[in-house]
Ligand binder design. Structure first.
Ligand code: SAM
Length: 244
């Protein structure tokens, strides 16, 4: 992995990568490539592309929202750990819960967490937990419902479905960040009624390009301004068949 590419790109996003973090990202890259030989983790396998399209892209969340010490962050549909693992590496002062419906990538994520924790300085290991569950099921569990200061999601579902997965998990006053590509207006327009119903405020769109590229990204930031009514989230099949 090209450490300088990561350090310089992160710097442009306002993130400082120290030597420990660089070693953690490097170990993550090695594990990702090794496990990807036998498991479908990512189609991006060029190390520079991994830095830009996975790591720097994940870190863009920090441009859109202020993460505070002690915040609890959920990464819904984390897959191979994006954006949750990069965020946990650069912000060991927040707790990140990686949520995914599928069990099959859990051993990979466990090995990543063990490896990057072993590389951390004493008392400064990334604070990461894994929850194997569908987000909408977690949203009905008392210990997860309206529990998270920040919920993030990348490449999980279209916006009007995604809001029902994610907004019930957000604490009142917290935020949901949906990581999207360019031109999100159409998708967002369809989701607006559901956002209001689920307790979200007016969405803000933060547009940026990934450092050193012309790849455009949009982060949709929605603040939770009212509690989610008890009847939401509905079961997964209802959400997909009849989005709000
Ligand atoms: N966020 C990762 C990324 O950007 O590389 C993974 C994206 S992958 C295309 C979508 C992931 O979302 C899959 O791992 C899938 O299991 C998960 N997923 C889809 N619907 C979900 C749900 N309702 N609850 C939890 N996970 C879900």
């Amino acid at each position: 992995m090209d450490t300088q590419l990561l350090v310089n790109g992160a710097h442009k996003l306002g993130v400082n990568i120290n030597d420990t973090m660089a070693a953690q990202f490097s170990a993550y890259t090695e594990l990702l490539l090794k496990w990807n030989e036998t498991m479908n983790l990512t189609t991006i396998t060029d190390p520079d592309d991994i830095v830009i399209k996975h790591y720097l892209d994940s870190l863009t969340c920090l441009k859109a929202v202020k993460f505070r010490k002690g915040d609890i962050v959920a990464d819904v549909g984390t897959g191979a750990g994006f954006p949750g693992v990069p965020l946990a590496i650069v912000r060991p002062d927040v707790k990140v819960v990686l949520i995914d419906a599928t069990r099959k990538r859990l051993s990979f994520l466990e090995e990543v967490i063990n490896t990057i924790s072993n590389l951390a300085e004493e008392g400064n290991a990334p604070n990461i937990e894994i929850l194997q569950a569908r987000a909408e099921d977690a949203g009905r569990m008392p210990e997860h419902r309206e529990h998270y200061n920040i919920v993030v999601a990348r490449a999980v579902a279209e916006m009007r479905i995604l809001v029902e997965y994610c907004l019930p998990l957000v604490k009142l006053g917290g935020v949901f960040v949906a990581m999207k590509g360019p031109q999100v207006e159409g998708e967002l327009a369809l989701a607006r009624p559901g956002i209001g119903t689920l307790g979200g405020g007016r969405p803000e769109i933060v547009e940026l390009t990934l450092p050193g590229t012309d790849i455009q990204r949009s982060l949709i930031v929605i603040k939770k301004i009212k509690p989610t009514p008890e009847q939401f989230p509905r079961h997964g099949s209802k959400i997909a068949q009849k989005p709000l």
